[in-house]
Design a binder for this molecule. Structure first.
Ligand code: SAH
Ligand code: SF4
Ligand code: F3S
Length: 463
């Protein structure tokens, strides 16, 4: 018995080491998390599903709203206990904090949490091996400089991020110069910077060779993408034109866009390039011009609506999605009603909406006239009811239509596979797994709570 215990312990000490990365926040963070996992892999820590089995634990954090960053400190408390338990068994654990909380509160994290060995901001992931070596030597590390250029160079050497292999994300732009008065992103991600077009094309080609069919281009302000190449200036539309030529790729998407950066060539791309999907996530935040101005959004409600009309003129079936904030400082009932009016006028296929959360270091956090929590709650509920009704009616309008569905994975039940329509809806179909990675015309038959149900349009009813 005792001998067996000894053997298990020894294996733990000298066996292959594990790495665990937990991701919070936006798709950019999800993309970065897969890069961090790749870097850990390179340093000898292979991916683990469970933090308890890992010698290195990295939390890739989000700072966008108060709740998001609170989660980090409570999670770190649990990790500290895990680290102590493992230490009691003679196992070492290195703990790292990455992402936007790391960037915003790095020194504070090191001061508050003794269990943390390193803090690494979003533009310094390429220096992770250095932080790991320091941790091995018992030293703590804080890496929060903006080194986007170096990070982009490093991206080239890492495998890309594909949640389902069929669909993948590719970062094309990082950072934000807009400074909306509520938002931490310009501080945590730094200035807008675009990746070299040829690197993006190479990454997309590699993905396509490995079976990816659907690529989402990522950026905090992705439609502000602008890269001065040796031959020409590249915009997002130019990238789409080039990526459209890659054999195997069937669908191209992009997120997140700012209304002021919606250039003409991008609108034309929606009309001219069949691979660019008829889906646009274009956050508006509010329908009140007073609030939009206080938010430093640099567009009015009318500007937004006019932009949507132009996009719809180019691509009439396009699904529009957005982000909203309710209870921004000074928001009156009349301002909120303007938001509801804008929502009714535009008609959204889907949307995210949030209660305003004052973020340390942003201008609006220090303003008076904060809206009471009760009112924020009531407004959020009213807005979400309206947006949910619009989502349902957008989905209901698809019943009886034949839509092109790209199958991405197996379904919950045997014999079922799941794919997406061009409008990003998920569809469950009874069909063989061999169709995963292919697209087919599917007749939409009914709505579930979060997805649609359909059958292959060449399949007879009840088959
Ligand atoms: N770059 C994108 C989105 C960035 S963050 C854009 O320009 O729209 C995603 C969303 O979080 C934002 O669109 C906004 O709706 C929300 N958000 C950002 N800061 C917030 C805050 N302080 N309180 C509540 N919601 C916030
Ligand atoms: Fe934040 Fe505004 Fe930049 Fe979007 S555009 S990331 S909301 S500052
Ligand atoms: Fe959050 Fe940073 Fe993304 S604050 S939403 S992880 S850019």
């Amino acid at each position: 018995m005792r001998q067996e215990d000894a053997r298990v312990n020894e294996e733990d000490l000298i066996g292959p080491r594990g790495g665990y990365v937990k991701s919070y926040g936006c798709q950019m963070n999800a993309y970065d998390s897969s890069r961090i996992a790749g870097l850990l892999e390179g340093a000898g820590y292979s991916a683990r599903e469970d933090a308890g089995d890992a010698e290195v634990i990295v939390l890739n954090t989000c700072h966008i709203r108060e709740k998001a960053s609170d989660k980090v400190f409570s999670e770190l408390g649990q990790i500290r206990r895990l680290k102590d338990e493992r230490a009691a068994r003679g196992q070492r654990t290195i703990v790292g904090v990455a992402g936007c909380v790391a960037q915003a509160e790095g020194a504070e994290i090191l001061r508050r949490e003794a269990a943390v060995d390193f803090v690494v901001g979003p533009q310094s992931y390429h220096r992770l091996p250095e932080a790991l070596r320091n941790a091995d030597a018992g030293e703590r590390t804080l890496l929060v400089n903006f080194e986007t250029e170096e990070k982009f160079q490093d991206l080239k050497r890492r495998p890309a991020f594909s949640p389902t292999r069929i669909s993948a994300f590719v970062t094309v732009q990082e950072g934000c110069d807009k400074f909306c008065s509520f938002c931490v992103v310009p501080y945590t991600r730094g200035a807008e910077i675009s990746r070299a077009a040829h690197d993006i094309v190479a990454e997309a080609e590699e993905l396509a060779r490995n079976g990816t069919r659907d690529i989402s281009l990522l950026g905090q302000n992705v439609n502000a993408y602008l890269w001065n190449g040796p031959d020409r200036e590249w915009t997002l539309a130019g990238l789409f034109e080039r990526l459209s030529q890659i054999p195997g790729l069937r669908r191209l998407r992009y997120t997140t866009s700012h209304p002021c950066d919606m250039r003409d060539d991008l609108i034309v791309a929606h009309r001219e390039l069949p691979k660019v999907m008829p889906y646009l996530h274009l956050p508006v935040q509010s329908g009140s011009d007073t609030i939009l101005q206080a938010m430093n959004r640099k567009h009015t409600a009318r500007d937004y609506i006019a932009m949507i009309e132009r996009v719809r003129a180019a691509r009439p079936d396009i699904a529009i999605s957005s982000d909203f904030i309710v209870g921004f400082p000074g928001e009156t009932e009349a301002d909120f009603q303007s938001t509801l009016r804008l929502v009714r006028e535009v008609g959204f296929a889907s949307a995210f909406s949030f209660k305003y959360s004052p973020r340390p270091g942003t201008p609006s956090a220090d303003w008076s006239e904060h809206v009471p929590e009760e009112i924020k709650k009531r407004r959020l509920q009213a807005l979400q009811e309206l947006l949910e009704a619009q989502r349902q009616s957008f989905n209901a309008a698809c019943i009886g239509r034949k839509l092109d569905v790209l199958f991405e994975k197996s379904g919950r039940h045997p014999g079922q596979i799941v794919g997406r329509t061009p409008y990003m809806q998920s569809v469950q179909v009874d069909a063989p797994e061999s169709l995963i990675g292919q697209n087919r015309e599917v007749l939409i038959e009914r709505l579930g709570s979060n997805s649609l149900f359909g059958r292959m349009s060449d399949q007879p009813e009840g088959a």
